[in-house]
Ligand binder design. Structure first.
Ligand code: KG4
Ligand code: ZN
Length: 342
C-alpha cells in the first residue's frame, strides 16, 4: 500500500510517500525557518501563505522522488491537528481535493500520534532506523508544542502518563535563545553553543522534580534563566561568549536532567521495557548521549534527526494503521487546532 502523507501543521511544508507503513519512498520538507527567523518566531499568517506557495511543488517532488505518479497512490493522509489553524487548512484542503479527484480514502492524522509512530519508519538513506521496533512502548514526545510521556500499549491506544503543564521543552529552548539574543529556532542554536559551555556553571532548578508525578513544566526554569540574565545585566556586566555558552549549557542540562528523570519514573510506573524519544528536541545531541548513558536496561530508540523534526513520512506511516482500523474521513473533514490525542 502506498500512502501519500501531507503535513503543514506549523512551519514546515512536507509531503512523503511511505510503503506499507514502514518504507520511506520519499520524504520532502520545505522549511520556512529562514522566513520566520527575522521575526523571532513563527508568524501564523506568513506560515499559511508560504504553505500555499510550497504545497504543490513539494507534492510534485515527493511523487517524483518516489518515482510515482498520483494514480499510484492508494491512500491520502493529512495532519488534521493540533497546530496552527491556517497552516493546517492548507494541507487539509489539498488532501481533500486529492482524495476526491483520485477517489482514494482520506485519512486524518493526529500530529503527536504521528511523532510517536516515527520509530517504526525505515529508510535506506536513513542510517540507524530500527528493524524491530514494536509495541508496547513509552514515548517521550518533546517538540515545540508538547512535552509529554505517553504509553502506547498497542496500535492507536495512548495513555498519557505525563503531560505538558505550561511551556513545552522546545518552546523553552526557543524562548531562552531569544532572551540571550541567539536567534530562532533556539533548540539547534543552544545545542551547538552548549558544546562549548560548562553545564555546571549555573545551577538552574530542575522543574517539577519535587513532585513525584510525571508531568512536565518548563516555564519556571525559563523564568530562572530570565532572572539570572537580568540580574547580570543590571550589574552592568556584558555576557562574554564563554558566559553565554555556560548559561546555554547549564539551561540545557536542567532540561535534559528533568526530562530523563521523569522518563525514568514513567518507565518504572508503566513497566515499559521499550522507549522512544521523538519530536524536534530529540535531535538534541546531549539529550541523545545522556539518554543512552542513563536509561539502561531498556530498548531505547531515538529516530534519526530528519524523522524527529516535523515531516510527512510519520503522517503517511501511521495512516496505514488508521486506515486498517477504519479511521477514514469524509470530505467534510475539518482541521482542529486543539485536536486531542485520545
Ligand atoms: O517537532 P518539531 O519539529 O515541531 C513541533 O511539532 O513543534 O519541534 C520543533 C522544536 C523547536 O522548538 C526547536 O527549537 C526544537 O524542536 N529543536 C531542538 C533541536 N532541534 C530542534 N531542541 C533542542 N535541540 C535541538 N538540536
Ligand atoms: Zn511536530
Amino acid at each position: 500500500m502506498l500512502v501519500l502523507g501531507i503535513e503543514t501543521s506549523c512551519d514546515e511544508t512536507a509531503a512523503a510517500v511511505v510503503e506499507d507503513g514502514r518504507f520511506i519512498r520519499s520524504n520532502v520538507i520545505a522549511s520556512q525557518v529562514k522566513s520566520h527567523a527575522e521575526y523571532g518566531g513563527v508568524v501564523p499568517e506568513l506560515a499559511s501563505r508560504l504553505h500555499t506557495e510550497n504545497a504543490i511543488p513539494i507534492l510534485d517532488k515527493a511523487l517524483s522522488d518516489a518515482k510515482l505518479t498520483l494514480s499510484d497512490v492508494d491512500i491520502v493522509a493529512v495532519t488534521s491537528g493540533p497546530g496552527l489553524i491556517g497552516s493546517l487548512l492548507v494541507g487539509l484542503e489539498m488532501a481533500k481535493a486529492l482524495s476526491y479527484v483520485l477517489k482514494k480514502p482520506l485519512v486524518p492524522v493526529h500530529h503527536i500520534a504521528a511523532h510517536l509512530y516515527s520509530p517504526f519508519l525505515d529508510a535506506e538513506e536513513v542510517a540507524g532506523a530500527s528493524e524491530d521496533f514494536d509495541y508496547p512502548y513509552l514515548g517521550l514526545v518533546v517538540s515545540g508544542g508538547h512535552s509529554s510521556l505517553i504509553f502506547v500499549r498497542e496500535p492507536l491506544r495512548y495513555e498519557v502518563i505525563g503531560r505538558t503543564l505550561d511551556d513545552a521543552a522546545g518552546e523553552a529552548f526557543d524562548k531562552v535563545a531569544k532572551l540571550l539574543g541567539l536567534g530562532y529556532p533556539g533548540g539547534p542554536i543552544i545545542d551547538r553553543l552548549s558544546e562549548k559551555g560548562d553545564p555546571e556553571r549555573v545551577s538552574f532548578p530542575r522543574p517539577g522534580l519535587k513532585s513525584d508525578d510525571c508531568h512536565l513544566s518548563f516555564s519556571g526554569l525559563k523564568t530562572s534563566v530570565v532572572r539570572f540574565v537580568k540580574k547580570w545585566r543590571e550589574e552592568g556586566r556584558e555576557l562574554s561568549e564563554q558566559e553565554m555558552a555556560d548559561i546555554a549549557a547549564s539551561f540545557q542540562s536542567a532540561v535534559i536532567d528533568t526530562l530523563l528523570t521523569k522518563t525514568g519514573w514513567a518507565l518504572e510506573r508503566t513497566g515499559a521495557k521499550r522507549l522512544a524519544i521523538v519530536g524536534g528536541v530529540a535531535c538534541n545531541r546531549q539529550l541523545r548521549r545522556e539518554a543512552r548513558k542513563r536509561l539502561t536496561g531498556i530498548e531505547l530508540h531515538i529516530p534519526p534527526p530528519i524523522l524527529c523534526t516535523d515531516n510527512a513520512a510519520m503522517i503517511a506511516g501511521l495512516a496505514l494503521t488508521l486506515y486498517q482500523a477504519d479511521r477514514t474521513a469524509s470530505l467534510t473533514l475539518n482541521a482542529d487546532a486543539n485536536l486531542k490525542l485520545l
